[in-house]
Design a protein. Structure first.
Length: 512
């Protein structure tokens, strides 16, 4: 049963309209893979009927929109996002093209020459990946180029940041031996580096939400590293009604959620049905690019305590935390990228009795693929990461990459898959994820481990929050209208043209 037990939200006149109560008929609609068109009748924010000639019997005053043979399917969900981080990344200096530390510095200098910094601010860039760089990113290198200018460059996987000395001071770090801060050194500083006024951040998030709706997105699982209910209550009250949001909770904020007696799936009062409580989120290891994903085998060329990566949350803490959340009605979303971290995460699900997902499930042992299915743990995966990490994996996980991003193996074992982006690590665009899952390539390269490709139907079904692709009567009228059938030969998956998006039968995007 869906419950709503949070204190009342904004006054009625400010509450967003999540559902359109006016009936609407979409005529000449084509379902995914279908040859003939049908009509789709929407009432009270739900799919009321699907069939031929529904417009004639819909009654007077029912709005009709002719889709002209366009394809209609359930709206898409991104099962793993960091919306504020994504909104910030859309505003920041893009250093993702940098092939070396020296190249990144040239990008920084070009930006400073074109637009000097406002006093009291820092230049924040985003997107570098140093796993294959020939030179090491250091504060000394940055200082030689930018002097006393505060520069902070955040890695594409969000697990480290590269600071100039002035950038360290800006973030409140008096000194650091290299200026490259990883994992536990870096993550607490995100609240400083990412800080902007609430009204500015909210407007940027609203822009990012509208952009997502234009790609057919109707909902996101929000796993921003903060207390997530408060900002989303505020944003929705201010009119950001483009998406449904499932707001995850991190351990430092868990007591606030439990004090409100919220369980995963509960709808938050006063948000027009747009905001739900999501899972408990825990990060147990790092990432492959930073060589901090926790693996059974050491990384080539590394020795010492962190040669196998970093285990951020050990089992003796993880298991009771998951058990506590489970008793309180929360599902769990456990970040695990390295194969050893995945083993420990599955052990924790088994020991705690928790339900939920492993986020990323990037590097796996063959035995653990079967354990996902046996335990009923969802694999929440980001297929575009395989395109970003393929070269890093070939170097730092050589000889084992057949079980990296093992999507086909997971699907064949009967594991439930859900696709996401981990935005801003990859773009918040489910068509990018579907393309990467199905094609295992981009930019004209040969497919990487094509044996691990998903079939297209599985990829689509893993992107629509459990709804049938052919539309179910009674389902939410959260729909995407496409200018191409994704199952048709030659359909442009990565650049899928989206003509419209409906949320509760209300248009959040319409381009026809």
């Amino acid at each position: 049963m869906t419950r709503a037990r949070v204190a009342a939200g904004p006054p009625p006149e400010r509450r967003p309209t999540a559902v359109s109560t006016a009936p609407l008929v979409l005529t000449h609609a084509r379902l995914v893979g279908a040859a003939r068109t049908v009509d789709v009748l929407l009432r009270d924010g739900r799919v009321h009927a699907v069939g031929p000639d529904l417009a004639r019997g819909a009654g007077a005053g029912v709005e009709q929109v002719d889709l002209g043979g366009r394809t209609v399917m359930p709206g898409l969900w991104d099962a793993h996002t960091h919306m504020t981080q994504w909104a910030l990344a859309r505003q920041r200096l893009d250093v993702s093209a940098a092939t070396s530390a020296a190249h990144a510095i040239r990008i920084v200098l070009d930006r400073l020459a074109a637009r000097p910094l406002t006093p009291g601010t820092a230049l924040v860039g985003y997107g570098f990946r140093d796993g294959l760089w020939p030179d090491a990113p250091t504060a000394e290198l940055l200082d030689a180029a930018v002097g006393d200018v505060p520069v902070i460059l955040v890695s594409g996987d969000l697990h480290c940041a590269w600071f100039s000395t002035a950038g360290l001071r800006y973030a409140g770090v008096p000194a650091h031996p290299t200026g490259l801060l990883r994992e536990a050194e870096w993550l607490p500083l995100t609240s400083v580096v990412d800080h902007v006024r609430d009204d500015v951040a909210d407007e940027w998030v609203a822009e990012a939400s509208r952009a997502a709706a234009a790609r057919g997105v109707v909902g996101v699982v929000e796993l921003e590293i903060t207390e997530n209910l408060t900002p989303w209550r505020r944003r929705i009250a201010a009119g950001n009604d483009a998406l449904r949001v499932r707001a995850g909770v991190w351990e430092p904020y868990l007591d606030r959620v439990l004090a409100e007696e919220l369980r995963s799936g509960d709808v938050v009062v006063g948000t027009g049905g747009l905001l739900q409580q999501g899972p408990l989120k825990v990060v147990t290891d790092g990432s492959l690019n930073t060589r901090t994903a926790f693996c059974h085998d050491p990384y080539p060329g590394l020795s010492g305590a962190d040669a196998h990566g970093v285990l951020s949350v050990p089992p003796e803490h993880l298991v009771p935390l998951m058990a506590h959340a489970t008793r309180k009605g929360l599902t769990c979303a456990i970040h695990a990228i390295g194969d050893h971290a995945n083993t420990l995460a599955l052990d924790a699900f088994a020991a705690s009795g928790a339900r939920g997902s492993v986020e990323h499930a990037q590097l796996l042992t063959d035995a653990d693929v079967a354990r996902f299915a046996a335990l009923g743990v969802v694999a929440s995966v980001q297929p575009e990461h395989a395109m970003d990490d393929r070269d890093v994996a070939d170097r730092h996980w050589a000889g084992r990459t057949g079980r990296a991003f093992a999507l086909a193996s997971l699907a064949a074992a009967g594991v439930e898959l859900v696709l996401g982006s981990d935005a801003p690590v990859a773009p918040l665009d489910p068509w990018v994820a579907v393309s990467a899952a199905v094609e295992r390539t981009r930019d004209g390269r040969e497919p990487w481990h094509p044996e691990q490709r998903l079939d297209l139907l599985t990829a689509l079904r893993s992107s629509v929050d459990g709804q049938p692709l052919t539309l179910a009567v009674g389902a939410p009228a959260d729909l995407a209208v496409l200018d191409a059938d994704p199952l048709s030969a030659g359909a442009p998956l990565r650049e899928m043209p989206v003509a419209g998006t409906l949320l509760g039968a209300r248009w959040t995007h319409r381009a026809f």
